[in-house]
Design a protein around this ligand. Structure first.
Ligand code: UD1
Ligand code: CA
Length: 459
């Protein structure tokens, strides 16, 4: 059985964040979520996360299948793993993966290749390493003249010569369970930082006559972590590029990737076009042949086929086939736009169902409403859904015509094919097919201006 320990106890001082470092986000998701996904994808079943700084925040984020162990205070990565003693004790005969929670680019393929290497060489520990351009701050992999692994030297403890070593420890290891227990019993804090380094376990196990090895990755990006906001931005850039590239190879058209940020879990159909400055995140599913953007934000929504969203914000909603929205449209939580609905500029829809073929071309608020099919909203219609205390619903029947500048004071029901005169304030239900006029009658007073002279400088 494969199991894993994820280190997530650190504060991440250099990040200057209020949250634990592993909760800092890459493409709008905490870094640790990527690590957990990769570990699970690699076939690991039992996971223990080491928490510490603001542990409640990490614990609240994890699902109930993940175990946790608290590290208090945080005395280094080795000390962190020691907190998982019970977990390790239940996996003495297993291979245990240990990895940093702040390395979201680590992938299942690399984890599995390292595992195969680990087993093939009958290693007590196998670490993952990479050749990096800038070796500042890393754990350097020290080898002898024959290339045999000797130990890991932390940058702060390294000699000037060692600081030049470009082979970097990724912070991801496979351990034999029993050997891990032995190594932890022998780690001391005799170093510059007075911390218990997990990295010392390599030298400890080699010293005990065990096998240890380094699996060197081909793509050094997978080992990158983030210690500060600049590195976080680098991770975003790489992750964004990877996801965009994958989607393009799957048939999504991104003519210019500027400002295009698509979350890892988003699914997008064939020949959909994503225009610049478009952010699509959460559990969003997009169909085929849509045009999304420019300047569109979609979170956690279901978008059908052939949908056009131009300068829109769509949150937790369902947009059915052939809908055309925008520019400047906001669809808020819990709304459904039926097939071929047309929503034009400066229209907001919230917590409402809008039936197929309905049109609302401009300047309208549809809130807490159930709207039938083929309804026509005139410009400037407002559903007045809030009386200062309570929110109530409006219902509008199929084929109704809502004149421009109508106020619908909820709760109110407009019948099928009812016809509302422009400028009406509707407070009572309207029967099917009735005309409703709810405004003062027009009065023209001829010659009034000449008699009253209301204008400045009027002779
Ligand atoms: C660590 C490695 C270094 C490696 C690098 C890769 C050690 C001593 N060094 O250094 O060789 O090149 O990762 O990114 O392991 N954490 C705890 N408790 C603690 C300290 C840290 O849970 O007491 C967690 C952090 O939340 C983080 C991870 O361990 O997720 C790594 O900690 P960090 O301080 O970033 O280690 P590095 O200095 O980067
Ligand atoms: Ca780190």
């Amino acid at each position: 059985m494969k199991c894993a320990i994820i280190l997530a106890g650190g504060k991440g001082t250099r990040m200057k964040a209020d949250c634990p470092k592993v909760m800092c986000k890459v493409l709008f998701k905490p870094m640790i979520s990527y690590v957990i996904d990769a570990v699970r994808e690699a076939g690991v079943e039992d996971i223990c996360v080491i928490t510490g700084y603001k542990h409640e925040e990490v614990e609240a984020y994890l699902d109930e299948n993940i175990k946790t162990a608290l590290q208090e205070p945080q005395l280094g990565t080795g000390h962190a793993v020691m907190q998982a003693n019970d977990f390790i004790a239940s996996h003495l005969g297993d291979e245990i993966l240990i990895l940093n929670g702040d390395g979201p680019l680590m992938d299942a393929d690399t984890i599995n290749k390292a595992y195969d290497y680990h087993r093939k060489n009958n290693n007590a520990v196998t670490l993952i390493s990479a050749i990096v351009e800038d070796p500042t701050g890393i754990g350097h992999i020290k080898r002898d003249e024959n290339g045999t692994l000797l130990r890991i030297v932390e940058h702060k403890d390294a000699t000037d010569e060692e600081k030049l070593i470009k082979e970097s420890n990724a912070g991801c290891y496979w351990f034999d369970g029993g050997e891990l227990k032995y190594a932890l019993e022998n780690i001391t804090n005799d170093n510059v930082q007075n911390e218990y380094y997990l990295t010392d376990s390599v030298e400890i196990l080699l010293g005990a006559g065990k096998n240890a090895g380094a699996y060197v990755v081909e793509n050094s990006e997978v080992v990158l972590g983030a210690n500060d906001r600049k590195q976080l931005n680098d991770l975003n850039t790489i992750m964004r590029r990877n996801i965009n590239n994958r989607l393009m190879l799957e048939g999504v058209d991104i003519p210019c990737t500027d400002g295009v940020m698509i979350g890892k879990d988003v699914k997008i159909g064939n020949s959909t076009v994503i225009l610049p400055n478009t952010i699509i995140i959460g559990d969003t599913v997009v169909g085929d042949g849509c045009t999304l953007g420019p300047n569109t934000y979609i979170d956690n929504s279901k978008i059908g086929d052939g949908v056009i969203l131009d300068n829109c914000k769509i949150l937790d909603s369902t947009i059915e086939n052939g809908v055309d929205c925008g520019p400047f449209v906001k669809v808020r939580a819990n709304s459904t736009l039926g097939e071929k609905v047309h929503i034009g500029n400066f229209v907001e829809v919230k917590n409402s169902n809008v039936g197929a073929g309905t049109k609302s071309a401009h300047l309208t608020y549809i809130g807490d409403s159930d709207v039938g099919r083929d309804v026509n909203f005139g410009c400037g219609t407002v559903t007045c859904n809030y009386d200062g205390k309570n929110k109530t619903r409006c219902s509008i029947g199929d084929g109704a015509f809502i004149g421009c500048n109508t106020n619908l004071i909820a709760p109110v029901e407009v019948g099928d094919m009812a016809y509302i005169a422009a400028g009406s304030t509707i407070t009572d239900d309207i029967p099917d097919k009735a005309l409703s006029v709810a405004r003062a009658k027009q009065v023209n007073k001829e010659g009034w201006v000449d008699r009253k002279k209301p204008f400045k400088n009027q002779k």
